[in-house]
Write a protein that binds this ligand. Structure first.
Ligand code: ASP
Length: 307
């Protein structure tokens, strides 16, 4: 059995290629890296990698993580500038006993030492949007306008389960701000015995619920990935509402060691891509009126207005 799941429509090309690789016997780690790099390298996606929208001071600062479900080891880079593929740096850090999470200059030096390609991640389009946004007063940070994380979970024929994430974080974030995406247990978690999970949305909310660890814990307790995603999102968004806040912008995916997958969201529509030996397709998760999630198969044309 092999399976792969990625957040947002933007992961479709990379996940489809990685799905073919898995079908030909590729390792889950290579599939995750390939799918994420395809989004990082595409300047049309302004929330991840090259072409990402800058922080308040005009710098594109990226966060990424990679976790191995067999060893429970992980690597992460935080607030890193000019690393062309932050997921590659995170993967190289995974396996280290110490110093597996590097921030800022330390992450950049590590990437250079390892010979990873470095580049100015700012595109003309991103800098134009930044200049325009600075003119607008009282602009509110919003994870879903111009910012989504690519999260990919993959299972290979040998049973290895891997999780990866990559993002440039919130547009106009305060310099130094880090969201959930490189934070173990919040933006991602992967334990080959029970499953893997990852989150996208407002990192400040996702971290309050250690959401990815919570989902995997529920899978450990015997829940399906779908039910675990629904429960965890409902518990966190419900608690926020009990506190008088809105439900927040939270979307999650999960993958079980048997290849079953799940997704949940507080948004009206959350597109994700899933592939199994039966094929690969874009799906849309939406809160169902009777509770739980409605998941339907869709396509890029229908999802044209969604990220
Ligand atoms: N979770 C990311 C962050 O807070 C953004 C996103 O996924 O939309 O940096």
């Amino acid at each position: 059995m092999y399976a792969i799941i990625g957040t947002w429509k933007m992961s479709f090309d990379g996940v489809s290629q990685a799905h073919q690789q898995l079908a030909s016997g590729a390792a889950a780690g290579d599939a995750v890296q390939h799918a994420i790099m395809s989004v990082e390298d595409n300047p049309a996606y302004t929330s991840v990698g090259y072409g990402g929208l800058p922080d308040h001071d005009g710098h594109v600062m990226t966060d990424a993580a990679y976790m191995d479900g067999h060893t429970l080891r992980f690597g992460a880079v935080l607030s890193a500038e000019n690393i062309q593929n932050p997921i590659r740096a995170a993967r190289l850090l995974c396996g280290r006993e110490t110093n597996c999470v590097l921030a800022g200059r330390g992450a950049e030096l590590f990437a250079m030492e390892k010979g990873l390609p470095m580049r100015d991640m700012r595109t003309e389009n991103a800098m134009k949007q930044w200049r325009e946004a600075l003119q607008q007063e009282n602009r509110k940070l919003d994870a879903y306008h111009e910012h989504d994380t690519v999260c990919v979970l993959a299972l290979d024929e040998k049973g290895s389960l891997i999780a990866g994430t990559s993002t440039s974080g919130l547009f106009l974030k305060q310099p130094g701000r880090v969201g959930d995406s490189p934070i173990v247990g919040s933006g991602f978690y992967c334990d080959q015995r029970y499953g893997a999970a990852a989150a996208t949305g407002l990192g400040e909310d996702i971290m309050r619920g250690c959401l990815s660890y919570e989902i995997v814990s529920q899978m450990r307790a015997g829940l399906s990935p779908q039910k675990a995603c629904e429960n965890a999102v409902q518990a966190l968004s419900g608690h926020k509402m009990d506190l008088g806040e809105d439900a927040g912008s939270i979307s999650v995916i999960a993958l079980a060691p048997d290849g079953a997958y799940g997704a949940a969201t507080t948004l009206p529509v959350f597109p994700f891509v899933a592939g199994t030996p039966h094929g690969v397709a874009i799906y849309a998760a939406s809160p169902a009126p009777a509770g739980g999630m409605a998941i339907r198969r869709t396509n890029a044309a229908e999802m044209a207005k969604e990220p």
